[in-house]
Design a protein around this ligand. Sequence first.
Ligand SMILES: [Zn+2]
Ligand SMILES: [Zn+2]
Length: 177
Amino acid sequence: MTKDLKGFRDTVPVEDILEDGLHLIFEGMPGLLSEMEECRIQGTAKGEVFLHRVDGDVHLNGKVAALIVIKCDRCLEEYNQEINTSFFYILVPGQSIEGKKEIALGKEDMEVSLYDGAEIQIGEIFREQILLQIPLRHVCREDCKGICPTCGADLNKEECRCRAETLNNPFSVLKKL
Ligand SMILES: [Zn+2]
Ligand SMILES: [Zn+2]
């Protein structure tokens, strides 16, 4: 069993997985989410994986904890979401995945994925697991009022100016006549 407390590794060669498995702990995973992502990691993400080989497949138990910064779809302010999740993968080399998928059927927390037979893309797995925890709809809170499309006021913090402007407009009086 090997522990790696220093550098984050994006990939692990299968040959590094010894008879009794390989245990890796990461105290930080820089570059896990790219600039392209709709969210980013605040501070350091922590990850842990245990890999072991079973008849050519690789079984992966892992967990990841991170604080994610997301932009609210409604008010466009950033808010935080805490992520703390664990996962289990069966990584199958080459094309023999169909039969293995049957095994995973009915077990929600189990994923069956392909790998190239040489390297395990653990960075990609951590990334996938973080993104899975983020809802499609990004709202800072359920009752976020968002931004008025007309005057641009942040309705969580201030009154919409549209009505006030109509009231102050002398022509609005004329309309009533
Ligand atoms: Zn919001
Ligand atoms: Zn308005």
